[in-house]
Ligand binder design. Structure first.
Ligand code: AMP
Ligand code: AMP
Length: 337
């Protein structure tokens, strides 16, 4: 097809695959979905998927890698790549991979991630180290948790000490619990034009913390309900416009700092997971260094993407646009690993 020089866009059937492959098709690419047997019937429903490779388990991905290389496929990693394949298998991939693999180590190690955010001068919640006196409500997070599983809340030192006894995770962090609105900002950094865009924003729906308010506190008493943070959905959000300037600047500082800390820095989609306090201050709880699931709300564009483009641009499509531009200008090496 014109403009794509026979390159194909491939991803694992999960997470944001539909958005990524639809966006690739809209940009004129042939598309490949690698799906586990139980999901084949889902991905077969969509005409924008040209080829479907079936594997028994996500971990069988390396078995079809040779086929993908022969196809001239470019793989787009999403949340399931790290969750189901693990970092080492991502690093080992030889097929063209969109994004900088050097970022993986900085993202997965919470201590390194915090250093990155602090050097970028973005506000992060206070962290309590072993032996520190806990003087405010905290959230305890295990390493490598995904989708908010395996976290607990403690309102003070005493509660923390009781709960930590039953906590199974060996590696965890204890962080100040910031009260405010959890807001996820979906950025895209183009290494070709050196510009940062905000493509969309979402707010998560987490159970049960987002639904506890349905039962008045006096009725909850005695029920022993604990807040949990398991994500079950996302809703779109438009940010108060006066906060947008800070949102852009934070993203730009995160990109600039990544270029100092890791060879090549971060590029492509990433997300700052923030909480905005009533004082309208951002607190950054995490960075996700790839496309996040909240972007699925915006398959047909978003209020922010429309400010840059006169067509419907999702994050998935934006990735395909970047790849197409790199093919056109002979810079594919610059954006693949
Ligand atoms: P799944 O295909 O639903 O098993 O999800 C793949 C990975 O993405 C898992 O690590 C999930 O925890 C994560 N994930 C899926 N949907 C969302 C979401 N809406 N928000 C955040 N993470 C998600
Ligand atoms: P994470 O795995 O860091 O994305 O966190 C999952 C969810 O836990 C977030 O969406 C928040 O609802 C909650 N959370 C995590 N860290 C904090 C924090 N420091 N303060 C308040 N809520 C938090």
């Amino acid at each position: 097809m014109a403009g794509t020089k026979g390159y194909k866009i491939a991803t694992l059937g999960s997470h944001t695959a539909l958005q990524i492959l639809k966006g690739a098709k809209d940009e004129g690419f042939q598309t490949i979905c690698v799906a586990t047997s139980d999901r084949v019937s889902l991905y077969n429903r969509f005409k924008f998927i040209d080829k479907l490779y079936e594997i028994s388990l996500f971990s069988d991905f390396p078995k079809i890698e040779e086929k993908l290389i022969k196809d001239k496929a470019i793989v787009i990693p999403h949340g399931s790549f790290v969750a189901y394949l693990g970092i080492e298998n991502n690093k080992k991939m030889k097929v063209g991979y969109f994004g900088n693999k050097k970022v993986l180590d900085w993202e997965s190690d919470r201590v390194k991630q915090r250093k990155w955010m602090q050097e970028a001068n973005v506000p992060v919640p206070k962290r309590f180290k072993k032996g520190d006196k806990i003087d405010r409500p905290v959230i305890v997070k295990s390493y490598g948790a995904s989708g908010g599983h395996g976290y607990f809340f403690a309102k003070n030192q005493k509660e923390f000490e009781t709960r930590i006894k039953n906590f199974k995770a060996r590696d965890f962090i204890v962080q100040e619990y910031v009260i405010g609105v959890p807001l996820y900002i979906h950025y895209f950094y183009s290494p070709l034009t050196k510009t940062l865009e905000i493509l969309s924003i979402d707010k998560r729906y987490e159970t049960n913390v987002d639904s506890l308010g349905r039962i008045p506190s006096q009725n909850q008493q005695g029920l022993g309900i604990e807040p949990s943070f398991v994500v079950v959905g996302n809703s779109p959000l438009a940010l108060r416009e006066s906060l947008l300037a800070e949102a852009f600047q934070m993203g730009e500082r995160v990109v600039a700092t990544s270029q100092e800390l890791m060879d090549g820095g971060i590029w492509g989609p990433f997300c700052l997971e923030t909480i905005i306090t009533p004082e309208q201050k951002f607190s950054i709880i995490e960075i996700s260094c790839r496309i996040v699931a909240g972007t699925n709300l915006f398959v047909n564009g978003s209020p922010y993407a429309s400010l840059y483009y006169d067509k419907e641009v999702s994050t998935g499509r934006r990735i395909a646009m970047e790849i197409k531009e790199a093919i056109r200008t002979n810079k594919l090496k610059k954006i693949l690993n």
